[in-house]
Design a protein around this ligand. Structure first.
Ligand SMILES: [Fe+2]
Length: 427
């Protein structure tokens, strides 16, 4: 079983990454920022932490308002820094612990959190600012991360209590991950008090920040009961992102040992760093087993259904590149290039030889077995002029006439629109 060793809290202001990139450590105005993060760096190294569960919010870099979700868990095995307008920071990519991420995903959904999942998305300063401060040298953080992006910038957003409860489930998730000796620390980022928009821009409240840190350590349930509007009033609207720290606190024991705490308000944001060590014992093997059964309850036995391939996070990750390639057929330019010069397009998207062969050969059932989603296959079928029933027949190893005889009515249809649909309708 994996183990939560402790929790870290740290601001994630872009100031922090900027300080690192511009070597401000010796500048007295900036030095306290480095001193705070140095403590975290030392603790992470001393505790030999393998995985940092990084709780952060994206600042409309990789997550936009066209589809904004509350709790987005990263399930990838590598993360690049995002370009936030002036080019990405010159920092190495972060390794993702995809297996732990998938386990946590299953656990949180089983505990009725409606998660979303992301891959192939770069992470912005919310995650990279604090991490680059604790990473050693040019090679970056040597362990791996599981990122949780919390959508706190477009209301309605989850409240503090919801975050706290998610932390409680996160603990059970980590403790039931079957990797003995894996050491995990939960790192919450954001805050403390600040507001960066509107006439109230520049608002801070250091008294509230100290009170927040007292309560976080000793009475987190009191913080879980505070409304978002009250967080905004006390610590600024953007400062209300500190509700993310409740996820970290919820994942720790009721009582914790504080090993570090600092705040420093040089400009716009009160920059905090805290470390808590966990005090609770480990769950019994029976408790872990019961939780694993609860996690797998919904899908247990589904593997026995013949000819059925549930589209799991594992399949999605394995076949992401080819699914992405085929999904892009919704864009006219990609469609055109696919029809005119597919080999050049395969090259541009670095598809493997196996993936190219599946597409060239219209090997529909092999595509399903490989991990291609049916719903991009039907897009490709529409592009190459095949109907959905032709695909269904191919899946079953039948000719179209035989397949149609198995239906009440023989119908031809496709997801194609416009002229393509009209063409198919005449067949
Ligand atoms: Fe933020």
């Amino acid at each position: 079983m994996a183990r939560i060793v402790g929790g870290i809290g740290a601001s994630h202001s872009p100031t922090i990454g900027f300080a690192k990139d511009t070597d401000k450590a010796a500048d007295p105005a900036w030095a306290p920022i480095f001193a705070g993060f140095e403590e975290i760096k030392r603790w992470v190294k001393a505790q030999d932490i393998d995985v940092l569960f990084m709780i952060y919010n994206d600042h409309i870099s990789s997550f936009f308002f066209d589809h904004y979700s509350a709790f987005a868990l990263g399930v990838d095995d590598s993360y690049l820094p995002a370009d936030e307008g002036g080019g990405p920071r010159d920092v190495p990519p972060l390794k993702g612990h995809a297996a732990l991420a998938r386990h946590i995903a299953a656990a949180l959904v089983a505990d009725e959190f409606d998660m979303s999942f992301f891959q192939a998305k770069p992470l912005d300063h919310g995650c990279f600012s604090p991490l680059s401060m604790i990473a050693g040298g040019k090679e970056g953080w040597s362990g791996s991360i599981v990122p949780l992006q919390v959508g706190v910038l477009q209301f309605p957003i989850p409240n503090a209590k919801r975050c706290y409860k998610l932390g409680k489930s996160l603990r059970k998730a980590v403790e039931s991950f079957p990797d003995d000796g894996l050491k995990v620390a939960v790192m919450a980022t954001g805050g403390l008090s600040h507001q960066v928009h509107g006439e109230r821009c520049g608002f801070n409240n250091e008294d509230w920040d100290e009170k927040f840190l007292d309560l976080l350590e000793n009475d987190p349930e009191a913080l879980a009961d505070i409304r978002l509007a009250d967080y905004a009033e006390q610590g600024g609207l953007e400062g209300a992102e500190v509700i993310m720290w409740l996820i970290m606190r919820g994942a720790l024991s009721d009582k914790v040992t504080r090993v570090h705490r600092t705040t420093y308000l040089p400009s716009m944001t009160n920059i905090a760093t805290v470390i808590y060590e966990d005090l609770r014992g480990r769950p019994s093997p029976q408790e872990v087993e019961a939780y694993r059964r609860h996690m797998t309850h919904e899908l247990a036995g589904v593997e026995k259904l013949e000819g059925t391939y549930p589209f799991t996070l594992e399949r999605s990750h394995k076949a992401f590149r080819v699914n992405d390639f085929l999904h892009r057929l919704i864009f006219p330019e990609h469609r055109k290039r696919f029809l005119e010069d597919p080999e050049a397009l395969f090259e541009d998207f670095a598809l493997t030889e196996q993936e190219r062969d599946l597409i060239r050969g219209r090997k529909w059932i092999e595509m399903i077995r490989y991990g291609v989603s049916f719903f991009v296959i039907e897009k490709m079928a529409a592009v190459v002029g095949q109907s959905n029933p032709e695909i269904y027949a191919a899946f079953r190893g039948e000719d179209l006439a035989t397949f149609q005889k198995s239906r009440k009515v023989a119908m031809q249809y496709s997801v194609a629109g416009g002229d393509k649909a009209k063409e198919l309708g005449k067949r």
